[in-house]
Design a protein around this ligand. Structure first.
Ligand code: MG
Length: 306
């Protein structure tokens, strides 16, 4: 494991002294507050994450108070002392599979006709995503949701966080988006090669629950791949009868092996389930970005003999 101190030392040259980050955090907090994976404004009570000293560099943990103990773990939500996931260089080339014949292609680099900016809620108006399509990729501008709903799925997503000139943008303020299953369960998209943040909020993390087992994220501007198996939770009326599970290969490297989710993604308190329909839209989170996506496809998992 690479602890925070070691990781911070590795990226010392990358974190320059600069002007305040607090105003940036505050400005984006209203947008974040309504979203899974949201970090509250700087200065909120909690262990660590207090911003920075008057002369210090921007604190990548700013605005990230530590929460309650996670059930079944020895860490708290967003624990700053949790070990940073060990860095792994993925194999080359990173696998970029095209869609199998029974997949639903959600984005092929040409149009976003399978998506709506309407939030993916039942009865929400279908509105045109404002994302910009450039050279076969889509650039995040607010959240988008699939028009179609899904339960158990295999999902392939390619994403990158392009370089950001502003050195004040660190931690959760750098390339933040997310893959939000059923509009509720987020796996983080974030600049993750050298950008330090709390481990359960890093790229490939099940936000607020588990960091990725290792960190195979590529440098900003290079394309990463996520290959998921997502098992939807099952409810009997108001009772949870089966939790959700996520398996993730990140650039071909397994980082979650049927990890059990605690509930709907939450900054704090601990995530809990609320009953919902067996199928719901997939969401790509609109957070502070920048984040680009390409080659997104999904397969319904129908089981044997289907
Ligand atoms: Mg996010």
């Amino acid at each position: 494991m690479v602890n925070r101190r070691k990781f911070a030392k590795d990226v010392t040259g990358y974190l320059p002294v600069c002007a305040t980050v607090a105003s940036m955090v505050t400005a984006s907090s209203a947008q974040q507050a309504a979203q899974p994976g949201a970090a509250p404004a700087a200065g909120r009570a909690g262990r660590g994450g207090s911003g920075r000293g008057p002369q210090g560099p921007p604190d990548p943990f700013a605005g990230s108070p530590v929460g309650d103990m996670l059930p079944g773990q020895k860490w708290r939500v967003h624990d700053h002392d949790r070990p940073q996931p060990r860095k792994v260089t993925p194999g080359h080339p990173v696998p970029v599979p095209s869609a199998p014949s029974d997949a639903i292609v959600l984005f092929d680099g040409k149009d976003l006709s399978k998506w709506t900016a309407g939030g993916g809620r039942a009865g929400a108006a279908v509105t045109e995503p404002q994302w910009k399509i450039v050279d076969g990729h889509a650039e995040m501008r607010g959240g988008i949701s699939t028009k179609e709903s899904f339960g158990d799925i295999q999902l392939h997503v390619e994403w990158t966080t392009p370089p950001v000139d502003d050195p004040n943008r660190v931690g959760q303020q750098r390339g933040n988006s997310g893959i939000v299953f059923m509009g509720r369960y987020e796996v983080q998209v974030l600049s993750g090669y050298t950008n330090l943040t709390y481990p359960d909020g890093g790229a490939g993390g099940i936000y607020g629950v588990y960091p990725p087992m290792v960190n195979p994220c590529l440098p900003e501007g290079q394309w990463n791949t996520y290959d998921f198996v997502f098992e939807a939770p099952k409810f009997d009326a108001d009772k949870l009868v089966k939790p959700a599970f996520i398996t993730l290969f990140f650039n071909g490297v397994m980082v979650h092996n049927r990890a059990e989710l605690l509930g709907t993604t939450s900054h704090e308190p601990i995530a809990v389930y609320t009953p919902h329909a067996p199928e719901l839209p997939l969401q790509l989170q609109g957070h502070v970005g920048p984040a680009w996506y390409r080659n997104i496809w999904v397969r319904r998992l129908l089981g044997y003999d289907a």
